[in-house]
Design a protein around this ligand. Structure first.
Ligand code: ATP
Ligand code: ZN
Ligand code: MG
Length: 314
């Protein structure tokens, strides 16, 4: 496990406390946990709260849902392997004869290398919840006037970044919203949501701030891409101090310009290339930040936080 990031002492302590309280259920693999009932109650409450805040802001996103796997072809077209080869998870499956199946089972039984007869399938694990939205919207043809807002929900994303930090998971839920429209509309939407999300998270009692950010691009050329992304302020993150030396990103706001619309051919009602932006709330990170802030016993949380999460009639 070359990629494993050791936990700092405070991250290890937080993980132990979350496990002891029954909020996280270890699987034996770092960054992959089951969730206890209170954790899940908070996570689903948060998701509902985001929906209610969107509605209150006059947003009427269209719901679309996708499974947490992506066609491999789409990952290839996106250039994901150029930017994030270290984070991708690909799905392989057995192809071979009965004798090869027996050999494979034997090696697996002894926990030896059994990759020999594994072949790449047409699927990869979902790296970001918004990815299936762009080709789906492109397939419909020209955008309606004013563009579209899509809600792909709070669904699973995978990143191969095994870590002892309970806030850095390999499989986690990302609640996204996606705006596809004219450039100015998309930029204003992204900035509006950055401010609204900051208010939402501070309203839950989190000591949150936003900052310009960059994606974790791979390697030396990646550092240049990250610098250019920062310079153009294409990505913002909302950060909360959870554990470890740096604050953790609990939500991200990304302006892709015409990257996705160029790839899939999305045009606005007046025939111009559409621009796109997305935002992603990291469910587990926010739940852990809330548990750290308000205590591991959810029944003692401040009434206004409970009210926002599950008190109001949905
Ligand atoms: P980081 O800066 O921590 O590496 P990122 O910039 O790669 O995260 P995004 O790609 O913007 O994150 O993902 C959207 C949101 O999903 C993030 O704001 C964060 O809340 C959440 N997220 C990202 N990676 C992880 C992870 N490994 N574990 C848990 N949540 C994550
Ligand atoms: Zn996205
Ligand atoms: Mg980041």
């Amino acid at each position: 496990m070359a990629a494993y990031r050791e936990a700092t002492p405070d991250q290890a302590e937080l993980l132990d406390a979350l496990v002891a309280a029954g909020h996280l259920i270890p699987s034996g693999v770092p960054g992959v946990y089951g969730r206890g009932s209170d954790f899940e109650k908070v996570r689903l409450g948060l998701d509902g709260h985001v929906t209610r805040v969107a509605t209150a802001a006059g947003e009427t996103p269209e719901t679309l849902r996708f499974p947490p796997v992506l066609p491999r072809r789409q990952l290839e077209d996106l250039g994901y392997l150029e930017s994030f080869p270290h984070l991708a998870g690909t799905v392989f499956a057995f192809e071979g004869t009965e004798a090869q199946a027996r050999a494979q089972a034997e090696r697996a039984g002894g926990h030896e290398d059994w990759t020999e007869h594994q072949c790449m399938t047409d699927l990869v694990l979902m790296p970001a919840v918004c990815y299936p939205v762009y080709p789906a919207v492109a397939r419909r043809g020209t955008l309606p006037a004013g563009g579209v807002t899509i809600d792909p929900g709070g669904s699973y994303a995978f990143r191969h970044e095994p870590s002892g930090d309970p806030a850095r998971l390999q499989m986690f839920h990302m609640r996204e919203l996606v705006r596809i429209a004219e450039p100015e509309t998309v930029q204003a939407w992204r900035d509006g949501w950055r401010d609204r999300a900051l208010e939402l998270l501070r309203g839950l009692g989190l000591d949150a701030d936003f900052d310009v950010a960059s994606d974790p691009f791979f390697g030396r050329s990646g550092r240049m891409m990250a610098a250019s992304q920062r310079e153009q302020a294409l990505k913002f993150e909302i950060l909360v101090q959870i554990a470890g030396p740096e604050p953790t990103a609990v939500a991200s706001f990304n302006y892709h310009q015409d990257h996705f619309s160029g790839l899939y051919g999305i045009t606005t009602a007046d025939g111009q290339p559409a621009h796109t932006a997305c935002l992603g709330f990291g469910h587990e990170r926010i739940v852990i930040a809330l548990l750290k802030t308000h205590g591991l016993d959810v029944s003692t949380w401040p009434p206004e936080v409970c009210d926002a999460l599950w008190g109001v009639a949905a």
